[in-house]
Ligand binder design. Structure first.
Ligand code: PLP
Length: 356
């Protein structure tokens, strides 16, 4: 009963208008056409169980990323994998560390197996390696770090992740959640593949929900040390990934053009939206992902709740992040050009109206 159920981003507005849904960090371009076609083709054999080891998908992931397919475990979204990792490595009384504004699934997964959540403060909305290391105890079993993090959109350089790994005891599993890694364009960033390959106690999770635009299908994967892959394969459901998801996932991975287009779209509109909102006098946390965290003035009138209500009245749905300890901010996903322009126009009207 200590677990507060995850509240997804809202998806509709009163009055039945077609909203700009900028509340769940989905791909505004949608999935690859090849992925949609593969999904439809899979409809011809729905009576068959899927390949329980998702071999074709693991091979496709291995090809694209240069990995050993035996170390890849697929799941129904990376959410399932995060929960499986918690179940494999946390017993009642064990501690899992994550950061102050870290992804909410870490807390739910930890409490769900009787573990104790330990929260490390962040530094200026960034993961603070020293704060995490300072909270390690003999009971610490898992550290979850989203890099980049949701909902802050910030990242830490991979040198810092290496320093974290070096500072953690060997029996502590470091889980690097790289859900937004494809969007990051920074020379000092890595998703974590090499660290997984070289340490034996580090896992990287990835998702098809963001860059690949397949959130509805629930598909994610983890790159693991052999012993961790073995543990996950023992406790996961034998058919945890559906056949249409496997088919669409393979097609999505192979459509490099669509991935490139999605990254390019974000590279255009992430800086544009950040700059336009700053011009309105709003503070925007610098983001490397496909969303931004926008901070509103405190007090009545121009605060985040008022902004959220105003945006809804203009059919723009964004994400409130009070549950992440950020009641003064809203998280806005980078949308289509029209959606981004509508967001700026609505917030301009909001700030002007509120100033009067
Ligand atoms: C969206 C997101 C995920 C992906 O979740 P899925 O279950 O794969 O849809 C994982 N981690 C973070 C930090 C996210 O924001």
């Amino acid at each position: 009963m200590e677990i507060e159920a995850y509240v997804p981003g809202e998806s509709s507005v009163p009055g039945g208008m077609k909203p700009a849904k900028l509340s769940s960090n989905e791909n505004p371009l949608g999935p690859s056409a090849a992925a949609t076609a593969a999904f439809k083709a899979a409809a011809g054999s729905l009576e068959r169980y899927p390949d329980g080891s998702a071999t074709g998908l693991r091979q496709a992931i291995a090809r694209v990323h240069g990995l050993n397919p035996d170390r890849i475990v697929c799941g129904a979204g990376s959410d399932e994998l995060l929960n499986l990792l918690a179940h494999a490595y946390l017993e009642p009384g064990d501690e899992a560390i994550f950061t102050e504004h870290g992804f909410l699934v870490y807390r739910i997964a930890t409490l769900g197996c009787g573990g104790t959540p330990v929260v490390a403060p962040e530094k200026d909305l960034h993961t603070d390696v020293d704060a995490i290391l300072a909270r390690v105890t003999p009971r610490t079993k898992v550290v979850f770090v989203a890099n980049p993090n949701n909902p802050t959109g910030t990242y830490i350089p991979f040198d810092e992740i290496r320093r974290l790994r070096q500072g953690l005891p060997g029996n502590v599993l470091l889980v690097l959640d790289a859900a937004y890694s494809e969007y990051v364009r920074r020379n000092d960033y890595e998703a974590g593949i090499e660290l997984v390959a070289t340490t034996g106690n580090t896992v990287m999770t990835r998702t098809f929900s963001k860059i690949h635009g397949l959130a509805a299908l629930r598909l994610g994967w983890a790159y693991c040390p052999a012993a961790v892959a073995d543990a996950l394969n023992r406790i996961r459901g034998p058919f945890n990934v559906s056949a249409p998801a496997i088919a669409a996932g393979i097609a999505a991975l192979e459509d490099h053009g669509h991935v490139d287009k999605s990254v390019a779209h974000n590279e255009t509109w992430l800086p544009w939206l950040s700059a336009e909102l700053r011009k309105l006098g709003l503070r925007v946390t610098p983001s490397v992902a496909n969303f931004i965290l926008v901070h509103f003035p405190e007090g009545a009138g121009r605060n985040a709740d008022a902004a959220n209500a105003f945006l809804q009245s203009r059919a723009v749905i964004v994400r409130r992040v009070g549950g992440y300890g950020l009641p003064g901010a809203l998280r806005v996903t980078i949308g289509t050009e029209a959606e981004n322009r509508a967001t700026v126009a609505a917030l301009a009207a909001f700030m002007e109206g509120a100033a009067r």
